[in-house]
Design a protein around this ligand. Structure first.
Ligand code: PLP
Length: 394
């Protein structure tokens, strides 16, 4: 019999929920029309797409026309950086200023670095404290006359720390009252959306990125919420889909899946307390059973499914391989960063030494995790750490 797989890497990606898959299926080979076609097959595809837009806008408490479908959050993040920068340039601002944090996802950091290297923008990278939290007052202090965009992630993908988005949004809103050139406030809500309030009015945000595959929906689909009235240039040009702002034939099965996945979040809200209890059980178990460990990031302001430990004196990668042999899947950092040998920029930002970074493991629980899984993982993990410490003579 095949050994059960225990998947504790839900921040990297999640399985598609069977209810989501069921809604998507007809759009591959029954309702397969192009949403731009004006015949009945096109109407059916368009209906599916507009229903999804409605589902997402209900969840975010915005207008349906404020939702733009993209290929994922990487595109949404790149678009907001590039598009707001270009618009400011078009308006005659020579070197617009963008504020972000040092521990954003690379989908934010890279486009900003590229613009900065070309000397097209000025940028400020806000630091975080040892708990992985930004101080809203630091945003305020960094604002300049030429600031056009502030982008701060809602919850960090590695250590799960939750940022004071509502507070930052309120500060920017207040400042904007007196500014001729309004500052756009964007948040990457990819990791937050399963667990936190993403009402854009409540959060005071102007733009927000989401991704399908982190919320039990399909890969290769995402969206950008962009408040009505905000000017942005397009990143992808062509046939003029999505109000001429994001061209390309729409990925209707993906869009329908994204809509349904968002719809399910509200229905599964109750599950979050259960996930949090399991998370706390694993944290307590690790601290009790394994000596010389360190929990990274805040415990209070943390996503309910995130655990991040340094198992001092051994390599996280060794643990990952041991666990994988036993069909337990975890991560040594964010999935996108794990190809790099350099310590994670997030862990460096919260002050971890290279050694502490390299000895760390991220466990991210999901809807499929149960209490027996936690007992089993704790048992295998304890054995692995003991074995590796013995080998390394520590
Ligand atoms: N932003 C955050 C915070 C993420 O965790 C990820 C994925 O790891 C992304 C952006 C990129 O999302 P996508 O895979 O949809 O391009």
């Amino acid at each position: 019999m095949k050994k059960k797989e225990i998947y504790l890497d839900n921040a990297a990606t999640t399985p598609v929920d069977s209810a989501v898959l069921k809604k998507m299926q007809p759009y591959f080979n029954e309702k397969y029309g192009n949403a731009s076609s004006i015949h009945k097959a096109g109407d059916l595809a368009r209906e599916g797409m507009e229903k999804a837009r409605q589902q997402i806008s209900t969840f975010l408490n915005c207008l349906p026309e404020e939702i733009y479908f993209t290929s994922g959050a990487t595109e949404s993040d790149n678009w907001v950086i590039q598009g707001i920068f270009e618009k400011a340039n078009e308006k005659g601002l020579k070197k617009p200023h963008i504020i972000t944090s040092v521990f954003e996802h690379k989908a934010i950091l890279e486009p900003i670095s590229i613009l900065e290297k070309k000397e097209l923008i000025e940028s400020t990278f806000l630091g975080v404290n040892k708990d992985g939290l930004i101080d809203a007052k630091d945003v305020l202090k960094s604002i300049k006359k030429n600031t056009v965009l502030v982008s701060v992630m809602y919850a960090n993908s590695e250590i799960g720390s939750i940022q004071p988005i509502k507070q930052i949004g309120q500060l920017i809103k207040d400042i904007n009252v007196k500014r001729e050139n309004k500052i756009v406030f964007h948040t990457d809500a990819v990791q937050a959306i399963n667990y936190l309030n993403c009402d854009v009015e409540y959060l005071n945000v102007d733009a927000l990125s989401i991704s399908g595959h982190k919320i039990y929906g399909p890969k290769g689909i995402g969206a950008l919420y962009l408040k009505k009235g905000i000017s942005i240039t397009s990143l992808i040009c062509g046939g003029g889909q999505e109000h001429r702002l994001r061209s390309g034939t729409e990925n209707i099965p993906g869009i329908v899946g994204l809509g349904e996945a968002i719809n399910l979040i509200s229905k599964k809200k109750k599950d979050n307390n259960r996930i949090k209890r399991l998370r706390n059980k694993l944290i307590t178990g690790i601290m009790k059973d394994i000596p010389n460990v360190q929990l990274n990031g805040s415990l209070e302001y943390r996503l309910p499914n995130n655990i991040h430990f340094s198992f001092l004196e051994i390599e996280g990668e060794g643990i990952l391989i041991d666990l994988s042999e036993q069909n337990i899947y975890v991560s040594t950092g964010s999935a996108c960063a794990s190809n790099f040998l350099k310590p994670s920029h997030v862990l460096s930002a919260i002050g971890l030494s290279d050694e502490e970074s390299h000895s760390s493991i991220r466990f991210t629980l999901g809807r499929q995790t149960n209490s027996n899984d936690i007992d089993y993982v704790l048992n295998i993990l304890t054995k692995s750490v003991n074995r590796l410490r013995k080998i390394s003579g520590k």
